[in-house]
Design a binder for this molecule. Sequence first.
Ligand SMILES: [Zn+2]
Length: 368
Amino acid sequence: MGVAPPCDPAIDPMAGRGGLDRIQGDPKRDGAMIQRLIGCGVVVVSLAILAMPSPAKAADPATVMQQAMMGLGPLPGATMLQPLNGEQWQEVVAGHAWQMPELSEWPIGKDGRPIVETRQADKMVHTVRAWESLARLRSLYRSSTARLQRLNPDLDLTSLEEGDEVVVWRRDEEAISQSSGKPQAGRLIDGEPMPDSSYYTLQYPHRTFGTYYTVSEVVRVLDAYYDQFRAAAPLVIGDISSRRGGSLAPHRSHQAGRDIDISLPRKDVPPDYDGIHRVWPRNLDVERTLWVMTSFIDGGHVKYIFVDWNHQRRLWQLAKEQGAPQEWLEAVFEYPRRGSAGIIRHSPGHVGHFHVRFYCQSTDDWCR
Ligand SMILES: [Zn+2]
């Protein structure tokens, strides 16, 4: 059963960054191994490789993007973001059969535990900054002093210093995460954080706790995204939920570990990759956005994808141009009739990111 790899991928904000330029072979063949390596602390080596100037790699847009993300170089100019050309897109879309959205059951093993095959975090470490106190850690991770002390038996939490590494979450192999209640009035039990990656950035790691299926589906789709589009700019993971769920300002939802905000693929260069920025419809990378949304839907666990109406129009038009059948368009899009059914639907405020909401799973006893 594919659970966590036999290693300890600590969630250090810098760990795992800068690995893209290692992918030299066939990305499809090597993808699984690379995912595993990224989760296994090979990151130290990859960071060292990245720090060495290499003229041969200087022009690789993926490398430039990764360096820019780490603050090691300037943000690339607009031409460095490589939108797909028509031919590449034809190849990609030819592989998509416009399969009708269908709900699927999450696979459960013989022992009654959900089967998770993607990378997962084993623990989460918070590196203390100069102005941070124990009270702040308690609040960020919705935690008690006693719990933090259990996780860090050798650390004196009453005299934290800058640079101290505090374990704020560790995987409990016995627990199975649960989404409880509604997205707008719920909670998250035994949730887990998004694992770190060289591909995407986590805006606020302490707000990226979700159920096993939320985290696993996002990792699956985004790993596939960077496997498919090696030169794609990093996407930014915004909020999922806090460690125990419940209200998460400024959202109404995001309470139960099955809502996630992800920045939209774009053709222009955003101010930075630390946060989510507005995307004008003309700058939306429609091809990659449609790819990533259909990949989520094809997984069979997505209830809604919220995105701005103007973006939705462009996505619908592209799908139609590329031969999506009418029944697929109607099942997937609210567009062109406001208020009609459809997984992808309008919600105000979704101009720089899209929001995926997952269905409850059979392991969620009180999920609504
Ligand atoms: Zn959201």
